[in-house]
Write a protein that binds this ligand. Structure first.
Ligand code: AMP
Length: 217
């Protein structure tokens, strides 16, 4: 059983790296942001509560984020473990997490703010199947159209310059101290998130003492 947390600023590749790691190790990938986005898209009561904060790039309340994590982990569909992405994002959430669950490692994807701006503002998402694109490194064959399903590519509502500045500020003010907390407990591995994603994945696995991903270098 392996229990990992993945942390990194927006656009650092948390979601892709979590998927790649989870796929090979049979871990469940739990993305708190995806759970909130699903609720917004499906017009649930929770969606209505979080929509405005999310669009502005602000964090939603700790109570709500904690209850989402608690409920998701209580499903116990993670026989081989989990990788949780987007949580904890501040000291209170970190304390809640450490009190409730033991973790094997925190993977910290390190990316300078200048690169974050470049990546996030180029990020696109298929409105139909959810496939991720990036107009710099991974653009679709036909502009504005998903290669996989032909759906329309859209921009995440919070991928605007204004919302990004709020998220970057929050990250440095609130999430950096969480990294310090984990560093003191020696859980953390820091990986450079600038190289191509396959290389970042191999670095993560090497640092965690895991076998390389199949087909990797
Ligand atoms: P993400 O996809 O991780 O960038 O999350 C998207 C948005 O969901 C964030 O900007 C917040 O509004 C909200 N969110 C995700 N995780 C948390 C969390 N742990 N605490 C509070 N808000 C969160």
């Amino acid at each position: 059983m392996r229990k990992y947390v993945i942390m990194g600023v927006q656009g650092s590749g948390k979601s892709s790296q979590s998927e790649m790691l989870a796929g090979g190790l049979d871990l469940v990938h739990i993305s708190v942001g995806d759970i909130f986005r699903w609720n917004v898209q499906n017009h649930t009561k929770m969606g209505a509560q979080v929509r405005r904060a999310m669009a502005a790039g602000e964090l939603v309340s700790d109570d709500l984020a904690e209850s989402v994590v608690r409920a998701r982990l209580a499903e116990h569909d993670w026989n081989y473990g989990f990788i949780i992405d987007g949580f904890p994002r501040n000291r209170r959430q970190a304390e809640f997490f450490l009190e409730s669950y033991d973790i094997d490692a925190v993977i910290h994807l390190d990316l300078p703010d200048s690169e974050v701006r470049r990546r996030v503002l180029a990020r696109r998402l298929c409105a139909r199947c959810g496939m991720d694109y990036n107009l710099i490194a991974n653009s679709p064959a036909v502009p504005g159209t998903c290669d996989a399903c032909g759906g329309e590519l859209t921009t995440r509502e919070d991928d605007t310059e204004k919302a990004l500045e709020v998220r970057l500020r929050d990250y440095h003010e609130k999430t950096d101290p969480v990294l310090d907390l984990f560093r003191r407990k020696e859980y953390i591995i820091t990986v450079d998130a600038r190289p191509p994603k396959q290389q970042v994945q191999q670095d993560i696995r090497k640092r965690l003492g895991l076998p390389p991903a199949p087909g990797g270098n």
